[in-house]
Design a protein. Structure first.
Length: 89
């Protein structure tokens, strides 16, 4: 009697397991390698031209004064007890 109930139990477990839905995984084709060339075009960086005007910088290392008017340019730099004046036309 025990063998028959054991046999019926095993059959019922097998029936339950076999009735589960199986997830089908699609077959994957062998990996193929592809070479792609990507062209990137970049524009040259825009050089920012200093506008006309005067700028003054004061710091612990000295004073710097710059003036630009069209093509005329003047730089004055005072630091460390020395002075430097540069005028460009």
């Amino acid at each position: 009697m025990k063998k028959i109930s054991m046999f019926i139990g095993v059959l019922s477990v097998m029936a339950i397991v076999s009735c589960k839905e199986k997830e089908e995984t699609p077959e994957v084709a062998p990996a193929t390698t592809t070479n792609q060339t990507i062209e990137v075009t970049t524009e040259a960086p825009v050089v920012e031209e200093k506008q006309d005007g005067t700028s003054i910088s004061v710091g612990t290392d000295g004073v710097d004064v710059s003036t630009k008017n069209g093509e005329n340019k003047t730089n004055v730099n005072v630091s460390g007890g020395t002075a430097k004046v540069e005028v460009k036309k």
